[in-house]
Design a protein around this ligand. Sequence first.
Ligand code: ADP
Ligand code: MG
Length: 586
Amino acid sequence: MVNVGRIVAVSGPLITAVFDRPVVQNEVGYALIDDLRLKAELIRVRGDYADLQVFEDTTGLFVGGQVAFTGEMLAAELGPGLLGQVVDGLQNPLFDLAEASGYFLPRGSYLAPLDRERRWPFTPHARVGDEVRAGDTLGTVPEGQIAHRVMVPFGWRGRWTVREVAEAGEARLDDPVATLEDDRGHARTVTMVQRWPVKVPIRAYDQRLRPAEPLVTKIRIVDTLFPVARGGTFCVPGPFGAGKTVLQQLMSRHAEVDVVVVAACGERAGEVVETLREFPELIDPRTGRSLMERTVIVCNTSSMPVAAREASVYTAVTVAEYYRQMGLDVLLLADSTSRWAQALREVSGRLEEIPGEEAFPAYLESVVAAFYERAGLVRLSDGSVGSVTIGGTVSPAGGNLEEPVTQATLKVAGAFHGLSRERSDARRYPAIDPLESWSHYPGVVNEADVLFARALLHEGADVAQMMKVVGEEGTTLDDFVRYLQAEYLDAAYLQQDAFDPVDAASGAERQAVVFGELVTLLRTPLRLSGKDAARRVFQQLGQATKDWNRCAWATPEFDVARDRLRALLDEMRAVEARPEEVRADA
Ligand code: ADP
Ligand code: MG
């Protein structure tokens, strides 16, 4: 019998229903009006009252109306065919609908996310008699560039014995590919698709490992100064227009990962549509094919109901964890998590919960932490290693980093890439502030050189600050040179031209070579007769370095440009100031 409740209140995206048969937290219910079934999630139970957030516009719902409870948690469908998809928070595929309905589904209609008719060439891996557990591989199908593992469903507890496995050949999603038997002799059939409750982390692995290896994003300021780790987390706060979305797009394109999942919670309705238009045209620099082949986009715009926005973040991380179970490196980019937090705030307000800071719910911190904790590096039962790395943008109102969402994120993130309005106004991209940002992870270049560069950037900024007061005339030549050196490092290395085909992405080896060269250069005493001469020297060095940045790695031009920079430096080197002599003088 269906479990039906009666609506006693409607408040924005929220409804309250009385029920008389058991219900569970996070189960899905459908609010019924006429022929429509509006999907909703049970988010609170008090006595006989259930509060549900509806994933659709609630116009027309009325007191006395019915809610059909399903007993099933809000879940994602997982199987081959996810890659290349653009879905909303409830996994409705938007791609095909895009042009036809302007990216919005009619209310109350839900589409199956995966294609039931498509045939996949299945290759069995497990053999009859094998003993398997949740997450173990039964076979594979090729999906784009990856071998998609068909696994024992993650929710199946205990040990199972393989009784049957399909032979190599074409199979549809719902075709049985294996039959497993538990230790009491109960048999179950495995297909290529399984459902998983999005708010529960997938834990079908043996061990969590400490993220210690850099995830190369090919963005110099990130990899060199504020690295991200494979399986780690990072936070990108920045005011509106500072470049958060562009930065995430660059990462989704160039980062060294197998799969990218983008959770796009748009600031503006048009922004997500733009992403959808542009993304399929981007080329994967590694394969030369469409970037979409290894990407999943889960999107919502600010004009969609708040509950759907909340769901999109969980759907995205569930898909990311699913591909991690295949021993892959997955990057999840959430842009912007502030929109998600605002959805939480709105629902919490409607529930009349006791508000925390800035009216965000008091549990904001634990919700944010639980989300980022789903990142991680894991060892699977077959010994292979997979990772989910999570990077979330935050758009604090007025650029105020003290606000609750930024603060909650900073408590759990392993790296912080703060974008500054000052830098983006000066068109210094990426606008990551080198003075405010930090990372707890190891990077791709020499550690001592990083400390040297950081110190130099701080000193340069101090001199710049002082010069605002005393002017250039009141500044010593030494201080002025410090300032120029810091500016040089910033312009020639930290800034990167996203539109130059070579400069847009800088590999780890290249960063180590170029950064090492630049630090050597910056440590070399120069022959400078005065401030004008100093300005000229750094102007020339800057130009030579920028030219070098445009030469492809491992080409003769790259070496020629480096030699040109070295020759220039030789010309300007102070003959009398070899390092030993400087030390003797001091
Ligand atoms: P946010 O997401 O922080 O609001 P966007 O990422 O949309 O900001 O960036 C706003 C604009 O700034 C872009 O449309 C682009 O013109 C410029 N911009 C941002 N980052 C870069 C970059 N790395 N290189 C060049 N231009 C950039
Ligand atoms: Mg943006």
